[in-house]
Design a protein around this ligand. Structure first.
Ligand code: GA4
Length: 330
């Protein structure tokens, strides 16, 4: 038994391990209906690039329906799941993340969020009734998008920039290059017992887009990197959303808001499931500091680039690379 597990561990020796850290109690919690939400959001995004959102208005039934369907998909035999993969970048993926050799203790579905482009892959996720999964995704995404627009509008208000839809319109645009991911992290008890550490489910990285909206079940795993470089664990909360600033928003605010370095460790006992909406701009959009935000004489910290250029460069990188580095002015 031990020998068998050791083989399994050797097989996964490329998957990194980490020591779990204590829960962090300092994560800003923002109530979307709070009259002070706009300034609290800006403060949280300046300090952490991250906050927890409560009273978000997304109906629990949309969340639960999608989660249940996703779990049934991940419970299917491997050969069935493989029919929806490998990701190109959309589709079902197992352990391999992105095209450049990153691996983690994870299975996932990466989907396009544009309802007009429901791919055959999305349709084949729920075999008995192909529409079930895609309509659950559509309902969920619609609700999460409208909450994300509101957050981005409050953010613009809080930053004192006009018009208030200057950020939300990019994600709202029908050509917005957004995507959606369902991550499933199976428990890793045996492998953990052998290594004495937790397996990394999704290695450290920042998200390239404008905004990411995450919802998970009640299993721990998400860790964020604080300004001083320490990694802390985020207490899970299945009724709330976690919002994080992406690289594009960091550039558009000339570094005032910070994109968040984060990672996920697999739990030893329980599986973790998370669903993340990544709001991105249209491919042709120029990503540069918003002029109304720059103080007099303040220059952009970054070379100008389009979202398409940034995305292409991101797909040539490894997860942990500092992707904005290539675009910083020397
Ligand atoms: C991180 C954020 C999103 O999950 C994602 C990821 C993408 C992928 O899994 O295909 C990337 C990663 C993410 C950043 C660097 C590249 C691209 C894997 C990878 C190694 C869908 C995205 O947009 O960028």
């Amino acid at each position: 038994m031990v020998a068998l597990s050791q083989t399994a561990l050797d097989q996964y020796s490329l998957i990194k391990t980490c020591k779990p850290s204590g829960f962090f109690s300092g994560i800003p919690v923002i109530n979307l209906t709070d009259p002070d939400a706009k300034s609290l959001i800006v403060e949280a995004c300046q300090e952490f690039g991250f906050f927890k959102l409560v009273n978000h208005g997304v109906r629990m039934e949309f969340i639960s329906r999608l989660e249940t369907l996703a779990i049934s998909f991940f419970d299917l035999p491997q050969s069935e799941k493989d029919k929806v993969g490998p990701p190109d970048p959309f589709g079902y993926g197992n352990k391999r993340i992105g095209p450049n050799g990153d691996i983690g203790w994870i299975e996932y579905l990466l989907l396009n969020t544009n309802p007009q482009i429901t791919s055959h892959k999305t349709l084949s996720i729920s075999q008995e009734n192909p529409q079930i999964f895609s309509s659950a995704v559509d309902d969920y995404i619609l609700a999460v998008k409208s909450m994300a627009y509101e957050v981005l509008e409050l953010m613009a208000d809080g930053l004192g920039i006009e018009p208030r839809n200057v950020l939300s319109k990019l994600v709202r645009d029908e050509k917005s290059d957004s995507c959606f991911r369902v991550n499933y992290y199976p428990p890793c008890q045996e492998l953990q017992a052998l290594s004495g550490r937790n397996l990394v489910g999704f290695g450290e990285h920042t998200d390239p887009q404008i905004i990411s909206v995450l919802r998970s079940n009640n299993t721990t795993g998400l860790q964020i990197c604080l300004r001083d470089g320490t990694w802390v664990s985020v207490p899970p909360d299945q009724t709330s959303f976690f919002i994080n600033v992406g690289d594009a928003l960091q550039v558009m605010t000339n570094g005032r808001l910070r994109s968040l370095k984060h990672r996920v460790l697999a739990d030893t006992i329980k599986s973790r499931i998370s669903m993340i909406y990544f709001g991105g701009p249209p491919l042709s959009e120029k990503i540069a500091p918003l002029p109304n935000l720059l103080a007099e004489g303040e220059e952009s910290l970054y070379e100008q680039f389009t979202w398409c250029e940034y995305k292409n460069s991101a797909y040539k990188s490894r997860l942990a690379d500092y992707r904005l580095g290539l675009f910083e002015k020397k």
